[in-house]
Design a binder for this molecule. Structure first.
Ligand code: AP5
Length: 221
């Protein structure tokens, strides 16, 4: 496949399955922006905006931010010139109402999704991944103490920021995020399966191995 061809993808997967890691690499390989609702919300929290203040407590408990706020946030991205190039949606949609809202936004623009890539990782593995994750609050760089350590312990390779653990990666919050995923988001598999868009991909192995599987799907379209 021509790496520069516009492509519209959704990355689906449990917390810690590797959506951000893969989304970032795919975004540069395919030359399309990645819209991560989690990153956008964390930025709003940092800015202490009205949206950030509404979202903060919910995120800290591993609960979902209300659909209307999320849909308004995504609609704004869709209206921007970047989205015309194609996009990778990471962490959105997460509920049936969000999936229906996305479908409406795409239909208004005569756009379609190329696929919904579901990154599958067993629950024990995502718990390990989240427990060892370190992030840069300045540039959103993501590391893992075993599988993707920064060159200098505690320091971001990209911007030199000080790495921290995400507040919602505490074990009790992770349990809630996994429960919310099973109840609210996992049913979207069926939503996209009946539309012929769902592509399950094994998310185990190294990030490079997972990327090859994702690229194999994109090449086979
Ligand atoms: P969000 O930030 O989207 O969190 P999430 O979906 O729970 O996903 P994560 O960011 O935790 O994990 P990931 O799958 O991106 O994994 P990563 O690549 O980092 O959302 C946070 C909160 O915001 C939500 O709880 C909710 O409150 C709110 N929110 C966001 N979107 C919303 C929406 N649409 N509606 C309502 N509310 C919303 O990888 C994890 C770790 O594993 C890293 O350390 C990484 O280095 C490592 N790793 C990655 N791949 C591998 C591999 N192959 N092998 C070993 N380690 C690996």
């Amino acid at each position: 496949m021509d790496d520069q061809r516009a492509v519209r993808l959704v990355l689906l997967g449990a917390p810690g399955s590797g959506k951000g890691t893969q989304g970032e690499t795919l975004s540069s390989r395919l030359g399309v922006p990645r819209f991560s609702t989690g990153d956008i919300l964390r930025e709003e929290v940092r800015l202490d905006s009205e949206l950030g203040r509404k979202a903060q407590a919910l995120m800290g408990q591993g609960r979902l931010v209300p659909d209307d706020l999320i849909l308004a946030m995504v609609a704004e991205r869709m209206e921007g010139s970047e989205a015309a190039l194609g996009f990778i949606l990471d962490g959105f949609p997460r509920t049936q109402a969000q999936a229906e809202g996305l479908e409406r936004m795409l239909a208004e623009r005569n756009w379609g999704l190329d696929g919904v890539l579901e990154i599958r990782v067993p629950e024990e593995a995502v718990v390990r991944r989240l427990a060892g994750r370190w992030v840069c609050p300045d540039c959103d760089g993501v590391y893992h103490e075993d599988s993707r350590p920064s060159r200098r312990a505690g320091v971001c390779d990209r911007c030199g920021g000080r790495l921290v653990q995400r507040g919602d990666d505490r074990p009790e919050v992770v349990r809630n995020r996994l429960r919310v995923y099973q109840e609210e988001t996992a049913p979207l598999r069926e939503y996209y399966r009946v539309r012929g868009l769902l592509r399950p991909v094994d998310g185990q192995g190294s990030p490079e191995e997972v990327l090859e599987r994702l690229m194999a799907f994109l090449d086979s379209r």
